[in-house]
Design a protein. Structure first.
Length: 294
């Protein structure tokens, strides 16, 4: 991780960043992994979605604009939104950039932020939230994005579904990252699976308390996430992050069964299938599975 406390002139940047807010710190805030989320002007609605989701952790939300642009209406809505040094002036190890790759100007801004961050040693993940249906050459375009970002997570959903998916990804990954034990998923795990990959997503949910019967909530949620991600994508995967969420009723046996069921669909013996668990005491008796398939 590196300190990016450099002025725009020193970094050669053509963008300016505005801090729009911060997440709620967790009860064990001293061990939260710092994460920054940068969004471009075409994806400003994500800021409100993230605020509504009340994600916990050491997370800062940043709006990126070209230096030639006037201060946006969105930035003016926040009286305390300060301009900050290019690419986040603090020690961070993971940077999300939410961008609509079909908006050329926004893609240019996101690429500039990514270039500076990667030069400083950060791991940059693009959340590609497209405002329209992906074109026929969509997968080729996503592959081309890997020239500008370390990893691309494709949010193939119409808005506001894309915003909801982006929130889930940030919530699960940031919530699972810790700088001290116990560690569910550390930064090296995330980098190892996501680096150089266009990542697809599968989501599954099931309500109800823990049950020893079959099919139970873990079975149902996992089945739905597998269908959503696609069995062929899982079979060909080089790595999968299995993000599990729920309240304190989650059992180790459920985590084990979900992880091994997903791993059983992955063909390559060298593929990594890594679970991360986020517990929310205020959540209902449900079980949620998010698959990040690389």
């Amino acid at each position: 991780m590196n300190n990016l406390n450099r002025s725009p002139d020193e970094s050669g940047s053509d963008v300016i960043l505005w801090e729009m807010g911060r997440a709620v710190r967790s009860s064990d805030a001293g061990n939260d992994m710092p994460v920054d989320v940068v969004f471009t002007s075409a994806c400003t609605g994500l800021n409100s979605a993230l605020a509504d989701a009340r994600i916990q952790g050491d997370i800062r939300y940043i709006l990126a604009l070209p230096t030639t642009a006037e201060v946006s209406r969105e930035a003016r809505l926040f009286d305390s939104a300060p301009a900050i040094s290019t690419a986040a002036p603090r020690w961070v190890g993971l940077l999300f950039i939410v961008v609509d790759p079909q908006v050329e100007g926004d893609l240019s801004v996101a690429s500039s932020v990514s270039r500076i961050a990667r030069e400083a040693g950060l791991f940059v993940v693009a959340l590609a939230a497209q405002s329209e249906e992906p074109p026929s050459d969509g997968k080729l375009r996503e592959r081309n994005l890997l020239q500008a970002f370390d990893s691309v997570i494709a949010l193939h959903a119409a808005r506001p579904e894309a915003q909801q998916l982006a929130c889930r990804v940030i919530k699960h990954i940031a919530g699972g990252l810790r700088v001290a034990p116990p560690v569910c998923t550390d930064l090296a795990d995330v980098q190892g699976i996501l680096r150089g990959a266009v990542v697809s997503i599968g989501v599954g949910e099931a309500e109800g308390p823990h049950s020893t019967g079959q099919p139970d909530r873990a079975f149902k949620a996992t089945a739905r996430a597998i269908v959503d991600a696609g069995r062929s994508a899982l079979a060909d995967a080089a790595g999968v992050i299995v993000a599990i969420a729920g309240n304190h009723s989650i059992r180790l046996s459920e985590i084990y069964r979900v992880t091994h069921r997903v791993a059983g669909l992955v063909v390559s013996p060298e593929a990594f299938v890594i679970p991360t668990v986020r517990v929310d005491a205020s959540a209902s008796d449900g079980f949620r599975v998010l698959l990040l398939v690389a």
